[in-house]
Design a protein around this ligand. Structure first.
Ligand SMILES: Nc1ncnc2c1ncn2[C@@H]1O[C@H](COP(=O)(O)OP(=O)(O)OP(=O)(O)O)[C@@H](O)[C@H]1O
Ligand code: SF4
Ligand SMILES: [Mg+2]
Length: 366
């Protein structure tokens, strides 16, 4: 089945402030986001720390109520769901957390951790059938059925994230949202988990929404991407297009600042020059104008809309993207994939090839 599975319209979430007597301005974490996520695709949301990615994810999952705007899942409005219908939504949409160390209850065995969602969402299964299902899920994520009796602390970070993925798969979801699902892991382990998610997405026909700082990760695995800045989407389109022909100066700056494999393993994140303004007082006009090297007078007063230019290009919220590209040519557009990023892409490609070979070998010998 194709078409839209998840649709957000003008989604807004403000925190604090805003009351009649309040003296503080609200934090505009998400400020008028509209997007369509298609069934079976991998959709990525990228942007600097604090731009509103996690808040958006929680709004999409209905873990957080919006200040305004709507979310539709599978054609039904979910912002007002309660009771059984909300439970059904929890079954269909699952979350993978960033930190595999704190997201699993250390007192529960892997069997209990993965079996819990089955108890809630598959009450028809007997205890024995549930154990069989847990064994199947563990195998699906590259663990062993024997791991069922062990506790989370007995596993490595990558293995714990696999347990988290098995737990997310247990209810038989249609869509999984991963909020920085690999950023707490070593780079080599990241590649394995990313490939696992990609394989599961394809094999099970899942829709994946992946949030990451790491553009090399995103480029490797996503079909389409949305770039967020200060609570808004500033550019969106097919990942290959956005990465190879970034139009928004912010996307260009993000791509130019991808950290190298060495600095990434030290935990460094992509960093654009200048400070991101506070989301309590976003700049008027274009929110990026305080950091944009191409800002002109109108950028300070008129807000650019995220519009499809209708010229075969993807939607971008910048008054001057055509002028920037035409006037300065390739010179002004930072090379989207710098050398260090290339090294990262190569790493992921190699890991994918390795995994495929392993799979082929296994299939040939069984
Ligand atoms: N519960 C809350 N109360 C007040 N402010 C919040 C709350 N949750 C998030 N914020 C603020 O909203 C903004 C967006 O936060 P969010 O966590 O969504 O960003 P993010 O893009 O996920 O950042 P990171 O990449 O660091 O995870 C930030 O300024 C944050 O401080
Ligand atoms: S609208 Fe103006 S300030 Fe904003 S990104 Fe475009 S050129 Fe820069
Ligand atoms: Mg976050």
């Amino acid at each position: 089945m194709t078409g839209t599975i998840l649709k957000a319209t003008n989604l807004t979430r403000h925190f604090g402030g805003g009351g009649f007597l309040s003296e503080t301005a609200p934090v505009r974490a998400v400020d008028g986001v509209s997007l369509d996520i298609r069934r079976g695709e991998t959709f990525a949301i990228v942007g600097e720390s604090g731009c509103g990615k996690s808040t958006l994810a929680r709004l999409l999952m209905r873990l957080l109520a919006p200040t305004s705007g709507t979310v539709e899942f599978d054609g039904a409005e979910v912002t007002t769901l309660e009771g059984n219908r909300l439970r059904d939504l929890r079954r269909d949409m699952q979350f993978i957390f960033q930190d595999p160390f704190s997201s699993l209850n250390p007192r529960l065995t892997v069997g209990r951790l993965v079996g819990e969602p089955l108890e809630v969402h598959r009450p028809d299964l007997s205890a024995r059938q549930r154990r069989e299902k847990v064994a199947e899920l563990l195998t699906q994520v590259g663990l062993l059925p024997d791991h069922m009796s062990r506790f989370p602390h007995e596993f490595s970070g990558g293995q714990r994230q696999r347990i988290g993925i098995a737990r997310a798969l247990a209810s038989g979801p249609k869509l999984i949202i991963g909020d920085e699902p690999v950023s707490a892991l070593d780079v080599s382990v990241q590649a394995q988990i990313i490939n696992l998610l990609g394989d599961l997405g394809r094999d099970l026909g899942l829709t994946l929404v992946i949030i990451a700082h790491d553009l090399a990760v995103i480029r490797h695995m996503s079909d389409r991407v949305a770039v967020m800045y200060l609570g808004k989407i500033v550019e969106t389109g097919p990942a290959a297009e956005v990465f190879d022909s970034p139009r928004h100066p912010y996307t260009q700056a993000l791509l130019a600042s991808i950290p190298s494999p060495e600095t990434r393993s030290e935990g460094r994140k992509a960093r654009v020059q200048g400070e991101m303004p506070s989301p309590t007082a976003p700049p008027p006009g274009c929110r990026f104008h305080t950091r944009c090297p191409h800002a002109q007078e109108d950028c300070r007063t008129v807000e650019p809309k995220l519009e499809d230019p209708g010229t075969g290009a993807h939607p971008v919220a910048c008054h001057h993207w055509q002028g920037i590209a035409a006037a300065t040519g390739a010179q002004a557009v930072p090379k989207p994939r710098n050398e260090t990023a290339e090294a990262r892409f190569a790493l992921y490609r190699a890991a994918t090839e390795g995994a495929r070979l392993e799979k082929t070998k296994k299939t040939e010998t069984t």
